[in-house]
Design a protein around this ligand. Sequence first.
Ligand code: GAR
Length: 215
Amino acid sequence: MTVPEKKGYDPFSARLGILISGRGSNLQAIIDAVSAGTLDATIAVVISSRADAQGLQRARDAGIEALSLSPRDYPDRHAYDRALADALCARGVTLVCLAGFMRLVGQPLLDAFPLRILNIHPSLLPAFPGLDAQRQALDHGVRVSGATVHLVTSELDGGPIVLQAAVPVHADDTVETLSARVLAEEHRLYPDAIRLVLEGGWTIVGRRLVRGSVS
Ligand code: GAR
């Protein structure tokens, strides 16, 4: 019997490594989706760049291994990224999810997980990359903003887009009210995007993620 080839990953071997720096509400959304059985994956490890990240406790409460690796303990960015890659590889991680990980991902990590790193960003990219996306959106006066999940490349917030969700921006919005509206969408979007990526059957064409066969 010939087994048909399938691009993407085997969902049964999906082992997620989630990188955080703080609150971890997106991490919680992923933990909840896995526990509810709506996301067919195992969270192998959660790694924080900050020892005081609230997300570490969320992981421990869910019985997930939680580590803190501080960049301050490494001589440079590359050494830090290599340590992250080593920790993820040692746990058999097949897909890395950045969930509020407030650091640029460097080449050692990109090389260890080519097209296997996802990020969530609180704007409709390519608008408002980088820090304070919600503040940038308000300052610019846009009427619609949102959230984006994308594959991570060496370009800051610039990799192929997996999914986006839009939210309205109201005249009386503050950074807090807009962030809360965007965050509610993020929690829905990230598990959906992980599921889509794990299902396979997609290809990268130029900078686009294309689902189905490409002629
Ligand atoms: C989220 O809004 C996420 O999109 C953003 O940080 C927040 C983390 O919240 N990420 C970035 O801005 C990355 N450039 P969380 O820790 O509660 O998931």
